[in-house]
Ligand binder design. Structure first.
Ligand code: PXP
Length: 401
């Protein structure tokens, strides 16, 4: 692999996407016709960068990027690609610069990768004003070339994850007020079938999932437990004690049948920011369920969310192909915008066996949260076996009769 990406920037709520940066670095090598050469791209924080800046440049502060071209004497093995060297980028400094320059973090880090790469290739803006101008022009040109290469081809590096919402199993149980079917058992079956996460919504009115369920799920879920919740004090305290792998904040109305729309982050900004701070302190990443809307995405970044979950309901409920296409484009653009802004992107609500494929193919979406369609299908595809098992009992001769 011509790019060795070393991600030393450890932040539980990190909004950097290493796969995206690695992909851009690869495309840059291609544009520069250096595909036969390798370089290391190291993402660090300000304190590590300050150490390097002190050690190699005798400067006592951090900086945005440092390049270390491979030395003539560096060891190279036969058949190995030629080493260009290392580019070190401080994500902390890049974040500050991105905010100041009104750019996304990935935009700024990409500029720094270009700058660092040109240094590895022998450019140096410190040698003369003329060279500084030439280097600046080359950077602009490379950025434009990269943009035209990536615009229509955001490459997926990993498959999207499927998280199953088991609330509806609890709904059936609560209809009888007994212990079956158990959503905890259902979660285990989902995991055995390959689901990469389990989602439950602990509602204030406890209409389906109960406190006992979330406690047991915390102990039994092997993949990832995502607790969907409104930002009510009682539920926040339960989440802080429970420590799910992540929470998804949703609007919650007592009379709704299911979550009706995305959260209006702007309307509840202060409360949301406080909730996210509390969760961050407890090490719980926060996702916010929003409509595919640029204003809400920007607000999600501002309140410090790690993820957004884009509401796919309008796309799924569309009654004509035109309407569905329109809603799909909105989700596609919003997902890209959120991803570019450094958010991790999930999607869900109303997805079924017809509508999921197109959303799952979006390269910026990390996880889909699906409940109703899977549980409904399970009832139907499982019914045949359930009836046969009962028939076997009904038709079996009873001992002693
Ligand atoms: N995401 C969120 C935020 C939800 O509220 C729900 C419904 O509980 C889902 C995803 C799953 O939706 P569905 O049950 O329609 O698949």
């Amino acid at each position: 692999m011509p790019v060795h990406l070393i991600d030393q920037y450890h932040d539980a709520h990190c909004r950097i996407n290493p796969a995206l940066l690695e992909n851009r670095a690869l495309l840059l090598l291609e544009i520069l016709q250096c595909r036969e050469q390798v370089f290391s791209l190291v993402l660090v924080d300000d304190s590590t960068m300050a150490e390097y800046n002190h050690r190699y440049r005798k400067k006592n502060t951090a900086t945005n990027v440092l390049s270390f071209p491979a030395q003539d004497g560096d060891e190279q093995f036969p058949g190995q690609e030629a080493e260009l060297g290392d580019v070190l980028i401080s994500v902390d400094t890049a974040k500050v610069e991105a905010r100041r320059q009104n750019k996304s973090i990935h935009h700024r880090v990409t500029e720094l990768i270009i700058h660092g790469l040109l240094h590895l290739l022998g450019h140096d803006h410190e040698r003369s004003e003329q060279e500084a101008l030439a280097m600046w022009d080359r950077e602009q040109e490379l950025f434009r070339q990269l943009q035209s290469k990536t615009n229509s081809s955001l490459e997926r590096r990993t498959m999207p994850h499927l998280a199953i919402n088991v609330d509806h199993v609890a709904t059936v149980r609560q209809a009888r007020g007994i212990t079956e079917p158990d959503p905890v058992l259902a979660a285990g079956i989902c995991e055995l079938a390959g689901a990469e996460g389990i989602v439950v919504h602990l509602r204030e009115d406890r209409r389906h999932i109960q406190d006992r369920d979330v406690l047991l799920l915390r102990q039994t879920v092997k993949t990832k437990l995502n607790l969907e919740m409104g930002a009510a004090k009682e539920i926040i305290n339960i989440a802080l004690d429970l420590k799910p792998d992540m929470i998804t904040l949703v609007p919650e109305k007592r009379k709704e049948l299911t979550t009706e729309g995305g959260l209006d982050i702007i309307a509840g900004e202060k409360k949301l920011a406080r909730t996210i701070q509390k969760m961050s302190k407890a090490g719980i990443p926060v996702s916010i369920f929003i409509d595919p809307d640029a204003v809400q995405i920007e607000a999600a970044v501002d309140v410090g969310a790690t993820f957004v979950e884009l509401h796919t309901g309008r796309y799924c409920d569309a009654t004509s192909e035109e309407e569905r296409d329109l809603e799909f484009r909105l989700i596609e653009q919003s997902a890209e915008l959120a991803f570019e802004s450094g958010l991790r992107v999930n999607a869900g609500h109303g997805l079924d066996y017809l509508t999921t494929g197109r959303i799952a193919a979006l390269p910026t979406i990390e996880e889909l949260s699906i409940g109703h369609a899977v549980i409904s299908r399970a009832v139907l595809v499982g019914l045949d076996q359930a009836v046969r098992e009962m028939l076997a009992i009904v038709r079996r001769p009873f001992p002693g009769q």
